[in-house]
Each structure stands twice: as structure tokens, then as C-alpha cells.
Design a protein around this ligand. Sequence first.
Ligand code: C5P
Length: 239
Amino acid sequence: MAFHPREKLIVALDYPSLAPALAMARQLEGLAGCFKIGSQLFAAEGPRALEKLARIGGIFLDLKFHDIPNTVAGAVRAAADLPGVRFLDLHTLGGLEPMRAAVEAIRARKSPPQLLGVTILTSHDEQSLRRVGLAGKAAANALRLAKLAKLAGLDGVVASAQEVRPIRRACGPDFLLVVPGIRPASAGLQDQVRVATPSEAIRAGADYLVVGRPITGAPAPASAAAAIVAEIQQALARG
Ligand code: C5P
């Protein structure tokens, strides 16, 4: 579990190159627990991005691996060797075996990164899920996949705020719940569908919030981050 409320904030640095990502990270130094490097920045800059950003904060390397067990294991091993990596993720929809292979790949390490399973992307709604053959509500699918991730031995999952309570109930207090799709009451939705405010997500039981554009696209990113941390603190105090 995280301690200071800012430790619960993970800022998504979705940039096409290192220079703007570094500039943003420098503005936010000390205001967030981690920076999230996703496939856009990693495809453009590779491990160099981690070498630079890990000097400013911890890293969530969000590459959402989705492949056969042997390939996922190799990718997780290589990713865990990169500087500053505290969190790594893979798709739970890849199935039990790739998740087990990922756990096994880093089991022997002294301080391995936390392995997270992506359940259902927060940009999905029921109609878009039906199109890929997943019947039922996003929440029911996310819960089923979270249980599978727990069975595989992952440390937690990435899920939307709406799914946090049932997953917490089913998977227990130590299972990490990392929640993107966070939109402060004043922000727009952009391409996210299943969203929540920071305090809704924290009160539901989220351990970490992933916030991108509401901070990085704000006129004053440091103030936007500080306001979200204050909201997290208040929600924690209210229990
Ligand atoms: O800018 P915004 O706050 O929407 O950024 C959310 C971040 O969380 C993005 O980097 C996106 O890739 C990531 N993410 C998500 N839904 C998931 C997993 C990760 O939106 N299920």
C-alpha cells in the first residue's frame, strides 16, 4: 500500500518523444508517485526514456504485453531489467498461461516490479465489447479477468473505477487495483468512457490512480496534479 497521498498518483506521459515527456516530468517532480511510460513514448524512444525519467521518479512501464507464454515471459524479463520499473503490465485476455509465465519469469528477483493485468480497457463500452465477442457488461468481464489474474499470481490489475468494489471484494485487500479513466469533475472525457473522479475512485478502494491528459493537458500541470493529490487526501480522510 502507498503512504503519502501523492504516492497514489501515477501520471501518464503519453508523448511522441522524450523532450516533452522529460519537461513534463520535471514540472511534476515530487508531486506524483510514478510516471507511466506507454507504448507511444516507448516505441519512439525505447529504454533511453526510462534511463532519463527514472532519475525523476518511479516508472510504470505500460506496454500491455499480449502474446504467447514464452514471448510474454521474455518481454517481462527484459522490461524488469530496465531502470526504475516499479510496475509492468500484460493483458489478462491473453489467458492464464502467459500470466503464469510472466510471474515465473521474475519470481527469483530480489525486488521485482509489481505485475499488473489489464482487464478491460477503460475506453470499451458494452457495444464495443460485443463486437470483439465478449458478451455482458464490462464490469462482469473485468471481474472474471481479475480473478484469473489473481489465480495466476499477478500482484493486481488495471480496471475502471466502476469495477473496483466487486474486484476488491473477490480478490482481497492486498490485490493492487490501479485505475485509469480518471476525470476530475471539471475535465472533459476525451476518448475514455468508463470514468470516475479521483475521490470516487479512491473511495471505491483504488490503490493507485492513473491520470494523463487532465494533468499533462492542463494550463498549469503542477497545480492540476496538486489538486488531484489534495482530492485523494480528502477522500482517504473521509474513509
Ligand atoms: O489521458 P488519460 O488520463 O486518458 O490517460 C490514461 C492512460 O491510462 C493512458 O496512458 C492509457 O493508455 C492508460 N490506460 C487506460 N485504460 C486501461 C489501461 C491503461 O486508459 N485499461
